[in-house]
Ligand binder design. Structure first.
Ligand SMILES: [Zn+2]
Ligand SMILES: [Zn+2]
Length: 71
């Protein structure tokens, strides 16, 4: 539900609303790119919230809440 304003995006971390195809949140610097570690397929966070890579099926772990240092 809710309208999907084209280009409008709300940062999942700081809540700032941004417009345009930014690669990072201009407010908090959160990376808005999601990339598959296996095949390198990339997409933007707001375009899709994939749990698995649409290309190779690798599990994507990009929980924003776990924005900590990855081992
Ligand atoms: Zn932000
Ligand atoms: Zn992949």
């Amino acid at each position: 539900m809710g309208n999907q304003a084209t280009g409008a995006f709300k940062c999942p971390r700081c809540g700032a609303t941004t417009i345009g195809n930014f690669d990072n949140c201009p407010e908090c610097g959160l990376s808005l790119h999601v990339g598959c570690p296996e095949c390198g397929q990339e997409w933007r966070y707001w375009e899709a919230d994939y749990a698995f890579c649409p290309k190779c099926g690798t599990r994507i772990e990009t929980r924003i809440e776990q924005e900590q240092t990855v081992r």
